[in-house]
Ligand binder design. Structure first.
Ligand code: FAD
Length: 466
């Protein structure tokens, strides 16, 4: 991956490190004790009030929870990405997805962007206070009309003298309702589009024209998921994250940070799944319990593989996407199995019921499972854009459900990962989804069936009927 000068990348660690040292084990015990004391006893109350108290951020700051990716020179206690991974894992076991999300978004998103892509002045102005938990941070990328497609953002920042005027809206922003400083993605050059015309800005809660509104969500109720509105928010030049050097480079920055964000989610999901499995334990049938245990081990191995490569400085986009997809989906399956085994008691408000609601948000936040599969497909050399074009077509036709189906056993399509194709190429007499069949694909099918390349309308109809 390209890395413009000045971006603080994870340092390559000693390959013999092979993940955890005795220091990491000690840190794990320390963090687990901190969580048991500061979080676990209050989870039920916080779930009812729907908030993670601000004091928890300061407590976490005092306990050094936020500083492991950053050096001592700025107030951190690293850089040690493995130590940060330990924190992500332990937070996954705290019993409240919302608390883990609120602290995680603070640790890995807004404030970390400022450290990673900000100027020295911006770092000095904000980062130490973030690390102490005096300020709360958030990252605002997703918009009402652009989530998976980051390049499709519409929020605009227009120059006015040396200032910028920000207009637009964001949605589903973790910590959005209470963050003091937010890193916001906005188009600075619409001509170049989202890939090359996107920049990041620092917005403070008190800025005139900025407002937020809490969204009620299925899970993560102790985090503040919010909609943000920017109505002609005037930002001085020094609020452009990274200064002019980072102008129009926001998209690359977002993509660059996705790896750690997704890895953190995978680490937390594996830990959460193993906790619920241990909790459900005897209530599960041996077959279900052993099957899920094997899957948790597999998910952990996959996630650690991505982690090991990441800290060694390798490009782990494909592996982190695999880990995020597999671990977050597994967490949901483990919670569902535990809930099913518990019978009606599992439906009562409490640990299991909350675990399932919280787990269900994992496959959506930070990039959906479907998008993870797209990224993995591209990592295997699938022609960029082919999947997107087809899925856009499929979605436009209202056939979204096919993405939730398991991949077909037999696909005659020459392209890998073609799920649309399998349905279109089913043998004679079998049910098919006619509307999911794109015209490009129809042509290929027609070719394989010996029909002329550009079939006449009658021939295309015949293909669907046969
Ligand atoms: C609790 C929570 C917290 C969040 N926190 C933040 C945050 O702090 N900051 C932030 O910026 N965002 C945040 N998000 C937003 C999150 O990143 C987006 O929800 C996610 O990227 C999906 O975007 P979307 O919701 O717009 O769905 P869409 O992009 O509209 O997708 C809808 C459905 O279509 C599928 N789909 C879309 N495109 C394709 C494709 N090409 N191929 C196949 N299927 C496709 C998706 O998988 C999904 O199932 C949060 C979301 C949640 C739920």
């Amino acid at each position: 991956m390209t890395n413009p000068a000045g971006w603080a990348d994870p340092p390559a660690l000693d390959p013999a490190y092979d993940l955890w040292t005795s220091e990491h084990d000690a840190l794990r015990a320390q963090v687990a004790a901190w969580i048991a004391e500061q979080i676990v006893p209050h989870v039920e109350t916080w779930e009812l009030t729907g908030a993670t108290p601000r004091e928890l951020f300061s407590e976490a700051g005092r306990a050094g929870i936020f500083g492991w990716k950053l050096p001592a020179s700025i107030g951190g206690n690293g850089p040690d990405f493995l130590a940060d991974a330990v924190i992500a894992e332990e937070l996954g076991a705290c019993g409240a997805g919302g608390v883990a999300a609120a602290l995680g978004a603070h640790k890995d998103l807004g404030p970390y962007y400022i450290w990673r892509f900000g100027t020295d002045e911006q770092r000095a102005a904000y980062v130490p206070r973030f690390l102490r938990g005096e300020l709360i941070g958030a990252l605002g990328v997703t918009e009402p009309d652009a989530g998976s497609d980051v390049a499709g953002l519409r929020t605009r920042a227009v120059r006015d003298g040396s200032d910028w005027i920000l207009d637009g809206a964001k949605t589903f922003i973790t910590n959005g309702g209470w963050a003091d400083v937010l890193v916001i993605a906005a188009l600075t050059d619409p001509e170049k589009g989202g890939h090359h015309g996107l920049s990041l800005f620092l917005v403070e809660r008190a800025d005139p024209g900025f407002s937020s509104r809490r969204i009620s969500t299925l899970g993560w109720r102790t985090s503040s998921t919010a909609e943000l509105t920017f109505d002609a928010v005037r930002l001085p030049a020094d609020r452009l994250l990274g200064g002019v050097q980072m102008l129009d480079r926001g998209f690359a920055a977002i993509m660059h940070n996705f790896q750690w964000e997704r890895l953190g989610m995978a680490l937390g999901a594996v830990r959460a799944a193993s906790e619920i499995l241990a909790l459900a334990g005897a209530t599960l049938t041996p077959q279900v319990a052993t099957g899920l245990s094997a899957e948790v081990l597999a998910a952990r191995a996959l996630t650690y593989r991505a982690l090991r490569g990441y800290v060694a400085g390798q490009d782990m986009v494909r592996e982190t996407s695999m880990a995020k997809w597999y671990a977050c989906d597994l967490d949901v399956r483990v919670c569902e199995a535990a809930l099913a085994a518990a019978g009606p008691a599992g439906l009562r408000a409490g640990r299991l019921e909350r675990a399932l609601r919280d787990a269900r948000l994992g496959p959506i936040g930070g990039g959906t499972t479907q998008i993870m599969k797209e990224v993995i497909g591209r990592g295997y050399g699938l022609q960029p854009g082919v999947l997107s074009r087809w899925t856009t077509q499929v979605r436009a036709l209202g056939c979204r459900s096919i993405w939730r189906d398991p991949p077909p056993a037999v696909c005659f399509c020459p392209l890998p990962l073609c799920w649309v194709g399998a349905r279109c190429c089913l043998p004679r007499g079998q049910p098919r989804r006619r509307r999911a069949c794109g015209s490009r694909h129809r042509r290929r099918c027609a070719q394989r069936r010996g029909a002329p390349r550009a079939g006449a309308p009658a021939q295309r109809r015949a293909h669907h009927r046969s």
